[in-house]
Design a protein around this ligand. Structure first.
Ligand SMILES: [Zn+2]
Length: 81
């Protein structure tokens, strides 16, 4: 299930309240992707099942700088994402 417009706005609101909402490279605006990313943990030469954390992806619409934010910290309900 993709993030709704409301959930993406929630991320932007969170960043504006708790961090620098603009791109640190060019001060452009982040666009929040529809999908969360779940990277796999890697240990001792192998991927570890269940070792990842869900991330929100933000890409600067001006320069392309891409950053990841913890979905849990920014308040995304993972049962609705
Ligand atoms: Zn930028």
């Amino acid at each position: 299930m993709a993030l709704s417009h409301q959930q993406k706005q929630q991320v932007i609101d969170y960043l504006q309240e708790n961090a620098r909402a603009e791109c640190p490279l060019c001060e452009g605006h982040f666009e929040i992707h529809d999908r969360l990313l779940m990277p796999q943990a890697f240990e001792h030469g192998e991927t570890e099942r269940g070792g990842g954390i869900p991330l929100v992806i933000g890409t600067c619409g001006n320069c392309g700088n891409t950053q990841f934010f913890s979905a849990e910290v920014v308040g995304i309900d993972l049962n609705e994402a």
